[in-house]
Design a binder for this molecule. Structure first.
Ligand code: NDP
Ligand code: 2IT
Length: 449
């Protein structure tokens, strides 16, 4: 899609010029600004107050050196980031990613998306994201701990339970959050809810581990219901085999779907009888091994090297849950030719713009990550509430609130999409519904940032 107004095209040109060589950030901004053209026309006060110019510029960026000592006694140096993008509706909130592909542009795209996602949850959370180019693969527990402690030694100066509350993302799960929380507590002498995704015995929330994957399926269920469809009897393909993919597979199965494929960055497994999820949890969560190990004990399954081929498997529902731009235009065409009826994103921006255009042109159900994967951060918001109350809800209580939030996101995205054009355009709906709350808050607070 291309811009039809000079105003947004000019703004986009400035973003590209002022943030050079950050293609993921440009991609995320373009998608949102395209949805903003009718909003700017309907709301001249936002144009006058410079809301669009301000919302694409992070409020603050912290970049720092992270040195640590590996098991051989060698000094290693990585780069740490925290992008505090927008605090109009609450403290900055968003995950930390540890992956060698991390750079400032990647963290900025993630922080930008987080503004709208967090707003959609209805909870008071601003947008932020952080991480490092540290590669956790193959590192010992001791190395992970020393990295996390060094990372937090600097990060702790910039965060706090009412300022900025990080959480997990790729490469950051319960283990890493534990090491970071311990270091924050030691340095600040404070036991506070400064991170979410914590262990259950030191302030974590029940159902946070499951929340992103479960929430993704709750959203997909709502979307399917608009066409009198459900997960029942459907074949489901899910990319990735990390936190989001595993719990998406669990809930899709509970709702009656059959999950036939999962992947990691090396390749994918296909089992037409349905994947044995307990075995996957053992391989990925406990042993931290590669997914190909699965076929050693599952003769009906087949392993194929290379992760992109997963989209050639025929399915009714596709849930990309690995990483950005993992599903391109060609993969989208193949999925469509094989009869896919719904694509919902567990990952952040996994579909390229060409893939999104293809899904929308074909008229299938397509949910952008900022709506469909918001269950994770929503439950992080619920963890913050529980920490503030010094109280814990049961699994059922949290899960029920999560279901309510995903239903609400689906409703407001559809309402906004209906008001501004086409009820089935969840991209338009999610961007506009997420934007309006933040824009009003920025407008009311005056021109501060
Ligand atoms: P994990 O680290 O638990 O798992 C990531 C999975 O994606 C792994 O299977 C990994 O394979 C695969 N993967 C990562 N990078 C690549 C790559 N470059 N190419 C192919 N596969 C890759 O992360 P999560 O499950 O937490 O995150 C997955 C996605 O969901 C991300 O986009 C994240 O931003 C998003 N997300 C996460 C939320 C959360 O609460 N955790 C909330 C909302 C969105 P390998 O092990 O081989 O690297
Ligand atoms: O992309 C995301 O929404 C996350 N990684 C979760 C963020 C959070 O603060 O729970």
């Amino acid at each position: 899609m291309e811009f039809r107004t000079e105003y947004m095209q000019d703004l986009m040109n400035r973003v590209v010029k002022n943030h050079p060589a950050q293609p993921e950030f440009h991609q995320a901004v373009k998608e949102v600004l395209l949805s903003m053209e009718p909003v700017a026309e309907k709301n001249p006060q936002y144009v006058q107050a410079g809301i669009f110019e301000r919302i694409v510029e992070p409020e603050r960026i912290v970049i720092f050196r992270v040195s640590w000592v590996d098991d051989n006694g060698n000094v290693q140096v990585n780069r740490g980031y925290r992008v505090q993008f927008n605090s109009a509706i609450g403290p900055y909130k968003g995950g930390l990613r540890l992956h060698p592909s991390v750079n400032l542009g990647v963290i900025k795209f993630l922080g930008f998306e987080q503004i709208f996602k967090n707003s959609l949850t209805g909870l008071p959370m601003g947008g932020g994201k952080g991480g490092s180019d540290f590669d956790p693969k193959g590192k010992s527990d001791g190395e992970i701990m020393r990295f996390c402690q060094s990372f937090m030694t600097e990060l702790c100066k910039h965060i706090g339970p009412d300022t900025d509350v990080p959480a997990g993302d790729i490469g950051v799960g319960g283990r890493e959050i534990g090491y970071m929380f311990g270091q924050y507590k030691r340095l600040r002498n404070e036991f506070t809810g400064v991170l979410t995704g914590k262990g259950l015995n030191y302030g974590g929330s029940l159902a946070r581990t499951q929340a992103t994957g479960y929430g993704l399926c709750y959203f997909t269920k709502e979307m399917l219901a608009t066409r009198n469809e459900s997960f029942q009897g459907k074949t489901v393909v899910i990319s990735g085999s990390g936190n989001v993919a595993i719990y998406a597979a669990e809930k899709a199965t509970q709702l009656g779907g059959k999950v036939v494929a999962l992947s990691d960055s090396n390749g994918y497994i296909y089992d037409e009888n349905g994947i044995d999820l307990d075995a996957i949890k053992q391989i990925k969560e406990v042993e931290r091994k590669r997914i190909k190990v699965y076929v050693e004990n599952h003769p009906s399954a087949k392993y194929t090297e290379g992760c992109k081929g997963i989209w050639t498997i025929p399915c009714d529902i596709a849930l990309p849950c690995a990483t950005q731009n993992e599903l391109d235009g060609e993969a989208a065409k193949t999925l469509l030719a094989n009869g896919v009826i719904a694509v919902a994103e567990g990952a952040n921006m996994p579909s390229t713009p060409e893939a999104v255009d293809a899904f929308q042109a074909a008229g299938i159900l397509y949910a952008p990550g900022k709506a469909s994967n918001a269950g994770g951060v929503a439950t992080s918001g619920l963890e913050m509430s529980q920490n503030s109350m010094r109280y814990s809800w049961t699994f059922e209580e949290v899960d029920e609130k999560l279901q309510g939030i995903m239903k609400h996101i689906h409703t407001i995205a559809r309402e906004a999409a209906t008001e501004y054009g086409n009820p089935d355009d969840y991209v338009l709906g999610a961007n506009i519904a997420g934007f309006l709350k933040v824009a009003d808050a920025m407008y009311c607070q005056g021109i501060t940032y």
